[in-house]
Design a protein around this ligand. Sequence first.
Ligand code: ADP
Length: 199
Amino acid sequence: MLKVGITGGIGSGKSTISKIFELLGIPVFYADDHAKKVMTEDPILMDAIKSTFGNEAYFDDGSLNRKYIAHIVFNDANQLAKLNAIVHPATFRAFDIWAAQIKTPSYILKEAALLFESNAHLMCDKTIMVYAPLQMRISRVIARDGITKAEVESRNSKQFDDELKLKMADYVINNDDTELVIPKILALHEHFLTLAQAQ
Ligand code: ADP
């Protein structure tokens, strides 16, 4: 089964575009949602988080103390790197379990904000970068999440630069009103079906 990774900067539209692939019948793994889930469901990861950040990382009912973790990792790049280093392998495990349950012979999509940063692209056959310029992405995220420009910029700074991701990706979807997105998605869909059949 062909595995296609899809990424893009915050607000680029990668989730919106992934939903269109889903409408075409393609299963999509949303890595960021799964990363949140494994933090309260994967016992290996939960033990690693407690031993790295302390037992205060979880409440007595087993739920994650998100404020405590956020306070630690968003004020210290080393701590964020430590958290990523333990969460990413757990998300990879979740992806493998999810992918193993899919019986369709075509392709699947892995949507991840940190596809290249986490090396998840190495486990994909092809990669797509969804591109939109930073100013456009900032306006979209302010409208979507109601957060400030500074917060969007801070989250954006934790991702690779667009230039690097554009170089690393096999395909680019320009979601910045410079080209029609749906025909591009349909063309890629046909292309991936052909590649999957040849596998
Ligand atoms: P990402 O998953 O990359 O952070 P989203 O798919 O959530 O981005 O898109 C960010 C916001 O921008 C959402 O509110 C979405 O509806 C909107 N959006 C996405 N693509 C476009 C577009 N081509 N034109 C206008 N708004 C868009």
